[in-house]
Ligand binder design. Structure first.
Ligand code: URA
Length: 221
């Protein structure tokens, strides 16, 4: 379901961007394959994170600065304004954030430790650490799998409680249920995803999805 107007989330999709770049879609297809090795899955996640970060930062403001090339002086654009914070929802968020840091090495990193209670599917916090001055930064909350949406909503709320005002959310794959929950709970927070799949199953997995992102990234089970 890559049609952004499809299904029950249609009325609330204005804040949602599906990143349908062919390279993103190609790499995502490779990652979904259950025969993909851990090493290859990890490499693909790192590669795809560069492409996702490119899209999520596409509208950052720039300012002209004076520089001199070896040939002539010029005024050239540089990113202006707020410093970036990547907020990784542990542990699978790290797989995306590592690659994003290749693209934006000066970004600060927050870590949000949440696990899903297997019975209630509600997020339980076990760790939180964020850089100071969140009110003056653009915070991009990163979690590869937006399943129920509960973890992403909780992570956004935590960042808000710590002072963040300018927040975006980035995932790799979403379920329609998670998108609906997110846009209802976090109106005005832009959400970026490479795909919106069919549904959640009774265990809270995205279908067809790619399985447990953390397990596939770290070779655990
Ligand atoms: N988390 C995952 O890693 N995979 C899913 O399908 C849902 C949540």
């Amino acid at each position: 379901m890559n049609d952004p107007d499809a299904g029950s989330v249609g009325a609330t999709m204005a804040q949602v961007t599906v990143i349908d770049h062919p390279l993103v879609q190609h790499k995502l297809t490779l990652m979904r394959d259950k025969e993909r090795s851990t090493a290859n899955f990890r490499l693909l996640l790192r590669e795809i994170s560069l492409l996702l970060a490119y899209e999520v930062t596409r509208d950052l403001p720039t300012e002209l600065v004076d520089i001199e090339t070896p040939v002539a002086p010029m005024r050239a654009p540089k990113i202006a304004g707020k410093k970036l914070v990547f907020a990784s929802v542990l542990r699978a968020g790290n797989g995306l954030v590592d690659g994003m840091l290749d693209l934006v090495p000066s970004a600060r990193v927050a870590h949000v430790g949440l696990y899903r209670d297997h019975d209630t599917l509600e997020p339980v916090q076990y760790f939180f650490k964020a850089p100071a001055g969140l009110e003056d930064r653009l915070v991009i909350v990163v979690d590869p799998m937006l399943a129920t949406g509960n973890s992403m909503v909780e992570a956004v709320e935590l960042m808000r409680r710590k002072g963040a005002r300018d927040i975006r959310a980035l995932c790799l794959l979403a379920a329609p249920e998670g998108v609906k929950r997110f846009v209802e709970a976090c109106p005005g927070v832009p959400l970026f995803t490479a795909a919106i799949d069919e549904r959640l199953n009774e265990l809270g997995y995205i279908v067809p999805g790619l399985g447990d992102a953390g397990d596939r990234l770290y070779g655990t089970k």
